[in-house]
Design a binder for this molecule. Structure first.
Ligand SMILES: [Zn+2]
Ligand SMILES: [Zn+2]
Length: 421
């Protein structure tokens, strides 16, 4: 069981006096307050490095905190340890003879699941175990109109990658201001495939991670697929067999994993039965001949079964793969990585894949350490800025945990972000 100190709970008789010390004298920032009705308590959270302090204020004279204050006065009340799988942690503790107050998880503050261990089993300390809420549970599809086309930003859950590797030469002191790292220095990334429809064709660009990977893989990348591409397509009202074109930006596992599924007999087959899969030939050749630097990203089961089934259509150039949808090779991230331009009427959108995986990657030097040819990424980003200078563009960020798309503008070579309506 892996545990992290989440917060320390402190029972307070006089909130104002407590804030005068913790907030004003120590300078800790209050980042939220919440009433937990079932416990008749109001909790105030203060940042303290990677953990928090929770000031507990009673809201009723007969609440557990009121009784605690009556008996012992203000002071340390409990510590909270965060675990990945609370039900599994409770089962393990029970097996070891630990006395539990809560045998099954119950709802706690901030939509987490919690359970208490009895102090008699924890050397006099009241220990709360907590499982953070699944971020993926909050994922929703979003719809956009680009000229005559309908674009639907989908999702396939979240995963985490090393924050240092995600920002290359940018120091942690800078990137940490934009995105928080976990105890393993990983940052959360979404997987957001894009659906494009014009009334005749239904195209899917990339398909997320899919569900063929092992528990070990899921733990390494903290995969959270409590809502997957299946849920996203159902929410969008699109059946898998309506998709007639699947387009790959490149073949890394977080983009191509959902191209195939393992069926009940254990055989891996194409996930979208009526689709042809459009892949850049150079990217395919690199993926089937990986080297030491990119081997971990190219998992053969994600694409080789497509060729076996005869559903791959190779392209060699920048070309139009469906009316109004054109690919452009950028290189950089991989030699044959491509972005997708969608233009209809006066409107234009771009799906940037790993050229700019998140909105934080907007500035030129914010380039992933994963990129095989980072200088080519830089040139491609600068060319993209020049293209956007001519015309406002709706940009899709495939890995941004919060922003599926935004309008990008350019002023004197610098890109700016404007939220969509
Ligand atoms: Zn990639
Ligand atoms: Zn990626």
């Amino acid at each position: 069981m892996k545990v992290h100190l989440d917060h320390v709970g402190i029972a307070v008789a006089d909130l104002g006096a407590s804030l005068a010390f913790f907030r004003d004298a120590l300078g800790l920032e209050v980042h939220g307050s919440e009433e937990v009705a079932s416990q008749r308590v109001r909790a105030h959270f203060l940042h303290a490095g990677g953990s928090s302090l929770e000031l507990l204020e009673s809201t009723a004279p007969d609440s557990p905190i009121a009784r605690y204050l009556e008996k012992r006065g203000s002071g340390l009340h409990h510590i909270t340890l965060r675990v990945d799988d609370l039900a599994a942690a409770l089962a393990q503790l029970k097996e070891k003879g630990v006395r539990l107050i809560d045998a099954v998880p119950r709802p706690g503050a901030e939509q987490a699941q919690v359970a208490f261990i009895h102090p008699s089993s924890a050397h006099g300390v009241l220990v709360e175990l907590k499982q953070a809420p699944s971020q993926a549970a909050a994922l929703r599809v979003s719809r956009y109109t680009v000229g005559d086309l309908e674009l639907i930003s989908l999702y396939d859950g979240f995963f985490r990658l090393d924050g240092g590797a995600m920002f290359g030469v940018v120091p942690k002191a800078l990137w940490e201001k934009k995105t928080a790292a976990d105890a393993a220095n990983r940052i959360t990334l979404a997987m957001r495939p894009l659906l494009v429809r014009d009334g005749r064709h239904t195209m899917l660009i990339d398909a997320g991670l899919g569900d063929k990977e092992s528990q070990k893989f899921h733990a390494l990348y903290a995969v959270d697929r409590s809502r997957t591409l299946d849920d996203a397509l159902a929410e969008a009202g699109v059946a898998p067999d309506e998709i007639d074109i699947v387009l790959a930006s490149h073949l890394h596992f977080d983009h191509a994993g959902g191209f195939t599924v393992r069926d009940s007999s254990g055989r891996v087959r194409p996930r979208f039965p009526k689709a042809r899969y459009v892949v850049r030939r150079g990217e395919w050749n690199d993926a089937v001949h990986p080297h030491e630097r990119n081997r971990a990203s190219y998992l053969a089961d994600n694409f080789v079964p497509l060729a076996d089934a005869g559903v791959v259509e190779f392209i060699d150039e920048d070309e139009t793969v469906m009316p109004c949808v054109r690919v452009q090779r950028t290189g950089g991230h991989t030699m044959h990585h491509q972005i997708i331009w969608i233009e209809s009427g006066a409107d234009r959108a771009a799906f940037l894949a790993d050229l700019m995986p998140t909105a934080a990657h907007l500035p030129d030097p914010w380039i992933m350490g994963y990129d095989l040819y980072p200088m080519d990424t830089l040139f491609a980003k600068q060319a993209f800025a020049r293209a956007v200078a001519r015309r406002e563009t709706l940009v899709f960020f495939e890995h941004d945990p919060a922003i599926p798309a935004a309008f990008i503008t350019e002023q004197q070579g610098k890109l700016g972000l404007q939220p969509t309506a």
